[in-house]
Design a protein around this ligand. Structure first.
Ligand code: EPZ
Length: 423
Protein backbone atom coordinates (compact mmCIF):
# COMPACT_ATOMS: atom_id res chain seq x y z
CA UNK A 1 0.00 0.00 0.00
CA UNK A 2 1.22 3.48 -0.84
CA UNK A 3 0.79 6.66 1.15
CA UNK A 4 1.51 10.31 0.56
CA UNK A 5 3.71 12.13 3.03
CA UNK A 6 3.11 15.87 2.91
CA UNK A 7 5.34 18.13 4.98
CA UNK A 8 4.04 21.64 5.70
CA UNK A 9 3.85 24.55 6.05
CA UNK A 10 4.23 25.72 2.48
CA UNK A 11 3.02 28.86 0.73
CA UNK A 12 2.38 27.54 -2.78
CA UNK A 13 3.87 29.64 -5.55
CA UNK A 14 4.18 29.18 -9.31
CA UNK A 15 2.26 28.08 -12.38
CA UNK A 16 0.13 24.99 -12.85
CA UNK A 17 -1.34 23.64 -16.09
CA UNK A 18 -4.80 22.11 -15.78
CA UNK A 19 -5.50 18.72 -17.41
CA UNK A 20 -8.55 17.60 -19.37
CA UNK A 21 -11.73 17.16 -17.35
CA UNK A 22 -12.21 13.78 -15.70
CA UNK A 23 -15.99 13.97 -15.72
CA UNK A 24 -16.07 14.94 -19.41
CA UNK A 25 -13.52 12.24 -20.35
CA UNK A 26 -15.45 9.45 -18.64
CA UNK A 27 -18.53 10.39 -20.67
CA UNK A 28 -16.77 11.04 -23.99
CA UNK A 29 -15.03 7.64 -23.93
CA UNK A 30 -18.33 5.68 -23.84
CA UNK A 31 -19.77 8.21 -26.31
CA UNK A 32 -17.17 6.98 -28.84
CA UNK A 33 -19.23 3.76 -28.99
CA UNK A 34 -21.84 5.75 -30.93
CA UNK A 35 -19.32 6.56 -33.66
CA UNK A 36 -19.31 4.27 -36.67
CA UNK A 37 -15.80 5.30 -37.65
CA UNK A 38 -12.50 6.45 -36.24
CA UNK A 39 -11.96 9.41 -33.98
CA UNK A 40 -9.14 11.01 -32.06
CA UNK A 41 -9.71 12.20 -28.49
CA UNK A 42 -7.08 14.61 -27.18
CA UNK A 43 -6.41 16.23 -23.79
CA UNK A 44 -7.52 13.05 -21.99
CA UNK A 45 -6.39 13.15 -18.35
CA UNK A 46 -4.02 10.31 -17.54
CA UNK A 47 -5.97 8.95 -14.54
CA UNK A 48 -7.09 5.50 -13.49
CA UNK A 49 -10.77 6.04 -14.46
CA UNK A 50 -9.69 6.79 -18.05
CA UNK A 51 -7.39 3.73 -18.17
CA UNK A 52 -10.19 1.45 -16.94
CA UNK A 53 -12.60 2.95 -19.46
CA UNK A 54 -10.18 2.29 -22.31
CA UNK A 55 -9.87 -1.36 -21.21
CA UNK A 56 -13.66 -1.73 -21.12
CA UNK A 57 -13.99 -0.26 -24.62
CA UNK A 58 -11.36 -2.72 -25.88
CA UNK A 59 -13.30 -5.61 -24.32
CA UNK A 60 -16.34 -4.40 -26.26
CA UNK A 61 -14.40 -4.56 -29.52
CA UNK A 62 -12.98 -1.05 -29.90
CA UNK A 63 -9.41 -0.67 -31.18
CA UNK A 64 -7.47 1.92 -29.22
CA UNK A 65 -4.06 3.33 -30.01
CA UNK A 66 -2.38 5.81 -27.65
CA UNK A 67 -0.90 8.43 -29.98
CA UNK A 68 0.49 10.62 -27.20
CA UNK A 69 0.48 10.75 -23.40
CA UNK A 70 -3.00 12.30 -23.45
CA UNK A 71 -4.46 11.30 -26.81
CA UNK A 72 -6.05 8.18 -28.26
CA UNK A 73 -7.13 7.13 -31.71
CA UNK A 74 -10.17 4.92 -31.34
CA UNK A 75 -11.87 2.78 -33.95
CA UNK A 76 -15.37 1.74 -32.90
CA UNK A 77 -16.58 0.41 -36.25
CA UNK A 78 -16.56 -3.20 -35.17
CA UNK A 79 -18.13 -3.27 -31.72
CA UNK A 80 -18.78 -6.95 -31.10
CA UNK A 81 -20.25 -7.14 -27.64
CA UNK A 82 -22.99 -5.43 -25.63
CA UNK A 83 -22.09 -6.83 -22.17
CA UNK A 84 -19.52 -4.75 -20.37
CA UNK A 85 -17.18 -6.71 -18.02
CA UNK A 86 -18.93 -6.65 -14.62
CA UNK A 87 -15.79 -6.51 -12.47
CA UNK A 88 -14.57 -3.40 -14.28
CA UNK A 89 -17.90 -1.57 -14.55
CA UNK A 90 -18.69 -1.93 -10.86
CA UNK A 91 -15.41 -0.16 -9.97
CA UNK A 92 -16.57 3.33 -10.90
CA UNK A 93 -19.65 5.45 -11.30
CA UNK A 94 -19.35 6.60 -14.88
CA UNK A 95 -19.74 3.05 -16.19
CA UNK A 96 -23.47 3.86 -16.29
CA UNK A 97 -22.83 5.79 -19.54
CA UNK A 98 -22.26 2.43 -21.25
CA UNK A 99 -25.98 1.75 -20.90
CA UNK A 100 -26.99 4.84 -22.91
CA UNK A 101 -24.26 4.32 -25.52
CA UNK A 102 -24.73 0.58 -26.07
CA UNK A 103 -28.52 0.92 -26.09
CA UNK A 104 -28.24 3.59 -28.75
CA UNK A 105 -25.67 1.82 -30.93
CA UNK A 106 -26.61 -1.86 -30.42
CA UNK A 107 -30.12 -1.67 -28.88
CA UNK A 108 -28.95 -3.85 -26.00
CA UNK A 109 -26.75 -3.21 -22.97
CA UNK A 110 -25.70 -5.15 -19.92
CA UNK A 111 -23.59 -3.38 -17.30
CA UNK A 112 -22.68 -4.09 -13.65
CA UNK A 113 -24.25 -1.78 -11.06
CA UNK A 114 -21.97 1.27 -11.03
CA UNK A 115 -19.59 1.81 -8.09
CA UNK A 116 -17.66 5.04 -7.40
CA UNK A 117 -17.19 7.41 -4.47
CA UNK A 118 -19.42 6.69 -1.47
CA UNK A 119 -21.27 9.97 -1.11
CA UNK A 120 -24.60 8.57 0.13
CA UNK A 121 -27.42 7.03 -1.90
CA UNK A 122 -26.74 7.33 -5.63
CA UNK A 123 -29.95 6.19 -7.34
CA UNK A 124 -30.20 5.95 -11.13
CA UNK A 125 -34.00 6.19 -11.40
CA UNK A 126 -33.80 9.26 -13.67
CA UNK A 127 -31.52 7.43 -16.11
CA UNK A 128 -33.95 4.52 -16.21
CA UNK A 129 -36.96 6.79 -16.59
CA UNK A 130 -35.27 8.40 -19.61
CA UNK A 131 -34.42 5.06 -21.27
CA UNK A 132 -37.97 3.80 -20.71
CA UNK A 133 -39.48 7.00 -22.14
CA UNK A 134 -37.39 6.35 -25.29
CA UNK A 135 -38.94 2.87 -25.55
CA UNK A 136 -36.43 0.63 -23.75
CA UNK A 137 -37.12 -2.01 -21.14
CA UNK A 138 -34.75 -1.93 -18.20
CA UNK A 139 -34.21 -4.69 -15.66
CA UNK A 140 -31.99 -4.76 -12.60
CA UNK A 141 -31.09 -8.13 -11.12
CA UNK A 142 -28.07 -9.88 -9.59
CA UNK A 143 -26.05 -6.66 -9.57
CA UNK A 144 -26.56 -6.07 -13.30
CA UNK A 145 -28.55 -3.58 -15.33
CA UNK A 146 -29.92 -4.89 -18.62
CA UNK A 147 -31.54 -2.52 -21.10
CA UNK A 148 -33.10 -3.47 -24.41
CA UNK A 149 -35.04 -1.71 -27.17
CA UNK A 150 -36.07 -2.86 -30.63
CA UNK A 151 -36.38 0.80 -31.58
CA UNK A 152 -35.69 3.98 -29.66
CA UNK A 153 -38.09 6.81 -30.44
CA UNK A 154 -37.49 10.44 -29.47
CA UNK A 155 -39.86 12.05 -27.00
CA UNK A 156 -40.06 14.76 -24.36
CA UNK A 157 -38.46 13.85 -21.00
CA UNK A 158 -38.83 16.02 -17.92
CA UNK A 159 -36.15 15.30 -15.30
CA UNK A 160 -37.60 15.20 -11.76
CA UNK A 161 -34.27 16.33 -10.37
CA UNK A 162 -31.28 17.98 -12.00
CA UNK A 163 -28.86 15.13 -12.69
CA UNK A 164 -25.56 15.36 -14.55
CA UNK A 165 -25.36 11.63 -15.22
CA UNK A 166 -28.98 11.19 -16.29
CA UNK A 167 -28.81 14.21 -18.64
CA UNK A 168 -25.71 12.82 -20.37
CA UNK A 169 -27.03 9.25 -20.44
CA UNK A 170 -30.32 10.27 -22.04
CA UNK A 171 -28.41 12.40 -24.55
CA UNK A 172 -26.30 9.33 -25.44
CA UNK A 173 -29.34 7.08 -25.74
CA UNK A 174 -31.23 9.48 -28.01
CA UNK A 175 -28.52 10.52 -30.48
CA UNK A 176 -29.41 7.66 -32.88
CA UNK A 177 -33.12 7.46 -31.93
CA UNK A 178 -35.88 8.14 -34.43
CA UNK A 179 -37.19 11.71 -34.26
CA UNK A 180 -36.52 14.39 -31.68
CA UNK A 181 -35.85 14.03 -27.96
CA UNK A 182 -36.27 17.01 -25.65
CA UNK A 183 -34.69 16.86 -22.17
CA UNK A 184 -36.27 19.41 -19.86
CA UNK A 185 -34.82 20.45 -16.49
CA UNK A 186 -31.45 19.24 -17.82
CA UNK A 187 -28.20 19.74 -15.90
CA UNK A 188 -25.93 22.49 -17.28
CA UNK A 189 -22.42 21.48 -16.10
CA UNK A 190 -19.49 22.25 -18.44
CA UNK A 191 -18.95 18.55 -19.13
CA UNK A 192 -22.51 18.23 -20.48
CA UNK A 193 -21.68 20.87 -23.06
CA UNK A 194 -18.40 19.08 -23.78
CA UNK A 195 -20.08 15.72 -24.42
CA UNK A 196 -22.63 17.41 -26.72
CA UNK A 197 -19.80 19.19 -28.56
CA UNK A 198 -17.95 15.88 -28.98
CA UNK A 199 -21.06 14.14 -30.33
CA UNK A 200 -21.86 17.05 -32.69
CA UNK A 201 -18.26 16.99 -33.97
CA UNK A 202 -18.75 13.29 -34.78
CA UNK A 203 -22.05 13.96 -36.63
CA UNK A 204 -24.84 14.27 -34.03
CA UNK A 205 -27.45 17.04 -33.95
CA UNK A 206 -27.74 18.27 -30.34
CA UNK A 207 -28.82 21.79 -29.47
CA UNK A 208 -29.17 23.67 -26.21
CA UNK A 209 -26.55 21.86 -24.08
CA UNK A 210 -25.58 24.23 -21.27
CA UNK A 211 -29.22 25.37 -20.88
CA UNK A 212 -31.97 23.47 -19.08
CA UNK A 213 -33.62 22.35 -22.34
CA UNK A 214 -31.60 20.10 -24.65
CA UNK A 215 -32.99 19.08 -28.03
CA UNK A 216 -31.55 16.03 -29.75
CA UNK A 217 -32.53 15.40 -33.35
CA UNK A 218 -31.84 11.72 -34.02
CA UNK A 219 -29.42 10.94 -36.88
CA UNK A 220 -28.86 7.62 -38.70
CA UNK A 221 -25.14 7.41 -38.09
CA UNK A 222 -22.18 9.25 -36.57
CA UNK A 223 -19.43 8.94 -39.16
CA UNK A 224 -16.70 10.30 -36.89
CA UNK A 225 -13.34 10.77 -38.62
CA UNK A 226 -12.67 13.87 -36.56
CA UNK A 227 -10.48 15.05 -33.68
CA UNK A 228 -11.84 16.33 -30.37
CA UNK A 229 -10.04 17.86 -27.41
CA UNK A 230 -11.52 17.40 -23.91
CA UNK A 231 -12.42 20.61 -22.04
CA UNK A 232 -10.08 21.70 -19.17
CA UNK A 233 -11.08 20.32 -15.77
CA UNK A 234 -13.19 22.86 -13.87
CA UNK A 235 -12.75 20.95 -10.61
CA UNK A 236 -8.99 20.50 -10.90
CA UNK A 237 -8.65 24.24 -11.64
CA UNK A 238 -10.87 25.05 -8.65
CA UNK A 239 -8.80 22.70 -6.46
CA UNK A 240 -5.61 24.65 -7.24
CA UNK A 241 -7.39 28.01 -6.81
CA UNK A 242 -8.50 26.93 -3.34
CA UNK A 243 -5.04 25.51 -2.57
CA UNK A 244 -3.59 28.96 -3.36
CA UNK A 245 -5.93 30.57 -0.84
CA UNK A 246 -5.54 27.89 1.84
CA UNK A 247 -1.73 28.11 1.70
CA UNK A 248 -1.67 31.96 1.58
CA UNK A 249 0.05 31.36 -1.74
CA UNK A 250 0.31 32.93 -5.18
CA UNK A 251 -0.57 30.78 -8.22
CA UNK A 252 -1.13 31.18 -11.93
CA UNK A 253 -3.67 28.60 -13.09
CA UNK A 254 -3.19 27.93 -16.81
CA UNK A 255 -5.44 26.16 -19.32
CA UNK A 256 -8.70 26.79 -17.51
CA UNK A 257 -12.04 28.24 -18.62
CA UNK A 258 -12.46 31.23 -16.34
CA UNK A 259 -16.24 31.39 -16.86
CA UNK A 260 -16.59 27.88 -15.35
CA UNK A 261 -14.81 29.10 -12.22
CA UNK A 262 -16.99 32.14 -11.44
CA UNK A 263 -18.78 30.57 -8.44
CA UNK A 264 -15.39 29.76 -6.87
CA UNK A 265 -13.91 33.15 -7.76
CA UNK A 266 -16.85 34.92 -6.09
CA UNK A 267 -16.28 33.07 -2.79
CA UNK A 268 -12.51 33.55 -2.88
CA UNK A 269 -13.00 37.30 -3.25
CA UNK A 270 -15.64 37.29 -0.48
CA UNK A 271 -13.03 35.72 1.84
CA UNK A 272 -10.61 38.59 1.19
CA UNK A 273 -8.28 36.84 -1.26
CA UNK A 274 -7.66 37.87 -4.86
CA UNK A 275 -8.42 36.52 -8.33
CA UNK A 276 -7.25 38.24 -11.49
CA UNK A 277 -8.39 37.10 -14.91
CA UNK A 278 -5.25 37.18 -17.06
CA UNK A 279 -7.27 36.93 -20.26
CA UNK A 280 -7.29 33.90 -22.51
CA UNK A 281 -7.25 30.86 -20.33
CA UNK A 282 -5.35 31.85 -17.16
CA UNK A 283 -6.18 33.04 -13.67
CA UNK A 284 -3.91 34.57 -11.03
CA UNK A 285 -5.02 33.67 -7.49
CA UNK A 286 -3.30 34.90 -4.34
CA UNK A 287 -3.94 35.39 -0.68
CA UNK A 288 -1.81 37.40 1.76
CA UNK A 289 -3.79 37.22 5.01
CA UNK A 290 -6.05 34.91 6.96
CA UNK A 291 -9.29 34.46 4.96
CA UNK A 292 -12.53 35.54 6.61
CA UNK A 293 -15.54 33.27 7.15
CA UNK A 294 -18.00 32.64 4.31
CA UNK A 295 -21.08 30.48 3.99
CA UNK A 296 -21.36 28.03 1.11
CA UNK A 297 -24.29 26.15 -0.37
CA UNK A 298 -23.44 23.58 -3.02
CA UNK A 299 -25.72 23.64 -6.05
CA UNK A 300 -25.83 22.33 -9.63
CA UNK A 301 -23.90 24.49 -12.13
CA UNK A 302 -23.65 27.48 -12.17
CA UNK A 303 -23.84 27.22 -8.37
CA UNK A 304 -20.89 26.37 -6.11
CA UNK A 305 -19.80 22.81 -7.11
CA UNK A 306 -20.14 20.00 -4.59
CA UNK A 307 -16.87 18.61 -5.99
CA UNK A 308 -15.01 21.62 -4.52
CA UNK A 309 -16.78 21.53 -1.18
CA UNK A 310 -14.10 19.53 0.75
CA UNK A 311 -11.26 21.68 -0.64
CA UNK A 312 -13.17 24.81 0.46
CA UNK A 313 -13.69 23.12 3.83
CA UNK A 314 -9.90 23.16 4.41
CA UNK A 315 -9.83 26.95 3.98
CA UNK A 316 -12.81 27.43 6.30
CA UNK A 317 -11.09 25.27 8.95
CA UNK A 318 -8.45 27.96 9.31
CA UNK A 319 -10.48 31.05 8.34
CA UNK A 320 -11.37 33.79 10.80
CA UNK A 321 -14.78 33.17 12.38
CA UNK A 322 -17.36 30.41 11.98
CA UNK A 323 -18.49 29.39 8.48
CA UNK A 324 -21.30 27.07 7.44
CA UNK A 325 -21.40 24.73 4.46
CA UNK A 326 -24.74 23.36 3.30
CA UNK A 327 -24.29 20.36 1.02
CA UNK A 328 -27.38 20.10 -1.15
CA UNK A 329 -26.29 17.45 -3.67
CA UNK A 330 -24.91 14.50 -1.69
CA UNK A 331 -26.15 12.99 1.58
CA UNK A 332 -22.77 12.07 2.90
CA UNK A 333 -20.00 14.40 1.78
CA UNK A 334 -18.67 15.50 5.14
CA UNK A 335 -16.66 12.37 5.97
CA UNK A 336 -13.46 14.36 5.37
CA UNK A 337 -14.32 16.65 8.31
CA UNK A 338 -13.46 13.86 10.76
CA UNK A 339 -10.04 13.63 9.14
CA UNK A 340 -9.54 17.40 9.36
CA UNK A 341 -10.57 17.28 13.03
CA UNK A 342 -7.73 14.80 13.58
CA UNK A 343 -5.49 17.59 12.27
CA UNK A 344 -6.81 20.08 14.82
CA UNK A 345 -9.80 21.55 12.95
CA UNK A 346 -13.02 22.32 14.85
CA UNK A 347 -15.78 21.13 12.55
CA UNK A 348 -19.20 19.84 13.52
CA UNK A 349 -21.07 18.04 10.77
CA UNK A 350 -24.80 17.51 11.21
CA UNK A 351 -26.68 15.92 8.33
CA UNK A 352 -26.27 18.11 5.28
CA UNK A 353 -24.64 21.03 7.16
CA UNK A 354 -21.21 21.50 8.68
CA UNK A 355 -20.04 24.27 11.00
CA UNK A 356 -16.40 25.33 10.70
CA UNK A 357 -15.03 27.19 13.70
CA UNK A 358 -11.80 28.53 12.24
CA UNK A 359 -8.57 27.67 14.07
CA UNK A 360 -5.19 29.41 13.64
CA UNK A 361 -3.49 26.40 12.07
CA UNK A 362 -3.68 22.65 11.44
CA UNK A 363 -1.20 20.05 12.62
CA UNK A 364 -0.11 16.75 11.07
CA UNK A 365 -1.82 13.40 11.58
CA UNK A 366 -2.32 10.16 9.66
CA UNK A 367 -5.52 10.67 7.62
CA UNK A 368 -7.60 8.64 5.15
CA UNK A 369 -9.02 9.84 1.83
CA UNK A 370 -12.68 8.85 2.03
CA UNK A 371 -13.35 9.81 -1.60
CA UNK A 372 -11.67 11.58 -4.51
CA UNK A 373 -12.25 15.22 -3.54
CA UNK A 374 -11.73 14.46 0.15
CA UNK A 375 -8.30 13.17 -0.91
CA UNK A 376 -7.49 16.45 -2.68
CA UNK A 377 -8.65 18.36 0.40
CA UNK A 378 -6.34 16.33 2.65
CA UNK A 379 -3.35 17.09 0.42
CA UNK A 380 -4.11 20.80 0.77
CA UNK A 381 -4.53 20.33 4.52
CA UNK A 382 -1.13 18.61 4.67
CA UNK A 383 0.48 21.47 2.74
CA UNK A 384 -0.75 24.08 5.26
CA UNK A 385 -0.30 21.99 8.42
CA UNK A 386 2.72 21.94 10.73
CA UNK A 387 4.71 18.69 10.48
CA UNK A 388 4.36 15.64 8.22
CA UNK A 389 0.86 14.43 7.32
CA UNK A 390 0.44 10.87 6.05
CA UNK A 391 -2.45 10.34 3.63
CA UNK A 392 -3.81 6.85 2.94
CA UNK A 393 -6.34 5.40 0.43
CA UNK A 394 -4.61 6.97 -2.55
CA UNK A 395 -6.65 4.95 -5.04
CA UNK A 396 -9.43 7.53 -4.65
CA UNK A 397 -7.09 10.39 -5.57
CA UNK A 398 -5.55 8.52 -8.50
CA UNK A 399 -9.00 8.02 -10.02
CA UNK A 400 -9.38 11.69 -10.82
CA UNK A 401 -6.24 13.83 -10.61
CA UNK A 402 -3.42 13.55 -13.15
CA UNK A 403 0.09 13.74 -11.62
CA UNK A 404 -1.25 15.51 -8.56
CA UNK A 405 1.83 15.23 -6.41
CA UNK A 406 4.09 16.27 -9.29
CA UNK A 407 1.93 19.34 -9.90
CA UNK A 408 1.95 20.33 -6.21
CA UNK A 409 5.68 19.66 -5.94
CA UNK A 410 6.37 22.13 -8.79
CA UNK A 411 4.53 24.73 -6.69
CA UNK A 412 6.86 24.19 -3.75
CA UNK A 413 4.94 21.53 -1.80
CA UNK A 414 6.98 18.87 -0.03
CA UNK A 415 5.07 15.77 -1.03
CA UNK A 416 6.29 12.22 -1.54
CA UNK A 417 4.55 8.98 -2.49
CA UNK A 418 6.07 6.15 -0.49
CA UNK A 419 5.39 2.49 0.11
CA UNK A 420 3.77 1.99 3.52
CA UNK A 421 5.72 -0.78 5.19
CA UNK A 422 3.77 -0.73 8.45
CA UNK A 423 1.10 -3.19 7.30
C1 EPZ B 1 -21.70 13.66 -11.30
O1 EPZ B 1 -22.22 12.55 -10.57
C2 EPZ B 1 -20.21 13.65 -11.06
N1 EPZ B 1 -19.67 12.37 -11.53
C3 EPZ B 1 -19.92 13.83 -9.58
O2 EPZ B 1 -18.52 13.99 -9.48
C4 EPZ B 1 -20.57 15.14 -9.09
O3 EPZ B 1 -20.42 15.23 -7.69
C5 EPZ B 1 -22.06 15.14 -9.44
O4 EPZ B 1 -22.25 14.89 -10.86
C6 EPZ B 1 -22.75 16.46 -9.12
O5 EPZ B 1 -22.12 17.51 -9.80
C7 EPZ B 1 -19.45 12.22 -12.83
O6 EPZ B 1 -19.67 13.09 -13.65
C8 EPZ B 1 -18.90 10.89 -13.22
P1 EPZ B 1 -26.00 13.55 -10.35
P2 EPZ B 1 -23.68 12.01 -10.90
O7 EPZ B 1 -26.74 12.55 -11.14
O8 EPZ B 1 -23.96 12.22 -12.34
C9 EPZ B 1 -29.57 12.43 -7.34
C10 EPZ B 1 -16.40 13.74 -8.45
O9 EPZ B 1 -15.84 13.92 -7.34
N2 EPZ B 1 -30.00 11.48 -8.40
O10 EPZ B 1 -25.94 14.95 -10.88
O11 EPZ B 1 -23.77 10.65 -10.35
C11 EPZ B 1 -28.27 12.03 -6.71
O12 EPZ B 1 -28.47 11.08 -5.67
C12 EPZ B 1 -17.80 13.29 -8.50
O13 EPZ B 1 -15.83 13.91 -9.52
C13 EPZ B 1 -31.19 10.82 -8.27
O14 EPZ B 1 -31.92 10.97 -7.27
O15 EPZ B 1 -24.54 13.05 -10.04
C14 EPZ B 1 -27.73 13.35 -6.23
O16 EPZ B 1 -28.33 13.68 -5.00
C15 EPZ B 1 -18.33 12.49 -7.44
N3 EPZ B 1 -31.59 9.98 -9.27
C16 EPZ B 1 -28.22 14.34 -7.29
O17 EPZ B 1 -29.29 13.68 -7.95
C17 EPZ B 1 -30.84 9.80 -10.39
O18 EPZ B 1 -31.26 9.01 -11.26
C18 EPZ B 1 -27.21 14.75 -8.34
O19 EPZ B 1 -26.62 13.58 -8.89
C19 EPZ B 1 -29.62 10.46 -10.51
C20 EPZ B 1 -29.22 11.32 -9.49
Amino acid sequence: MEKLVVTGKTHLKGEVIISGAKNAAVAILPATLLVDGICVVENLPNISDVKIYCKILEELGAKIEWIGPNAIKIDTRFISCTSAPLDMTSKFRASYYLIGSLLSRCHHAQVGMPGGCKLGARPIDQHIKGFERLGATVEISSGKITAHADTLVGTSIYMDIVSVGATINIMLASVLAKGTTIIENAAKEPHIVDVANFLNTMGADIRGAGTDVIKINGVDRLPGNANYSVVPDQIEAGTFMLAAVASRGDLIIKNCITKHLEPVTAKIVEMGAFVEDLGGDSLHVWCNKRPTKVNIKTLPYPGFPTDLQPQMGVILSTAEGTSIINESIWESRFQYTEELNKMGAHITAQGKSAFFEGVESLSSSPVYATDLRAGAALIIAGIIAEGSTEIYNLEHIDRGYENIEEKFRKLGAKIERVEDTSC
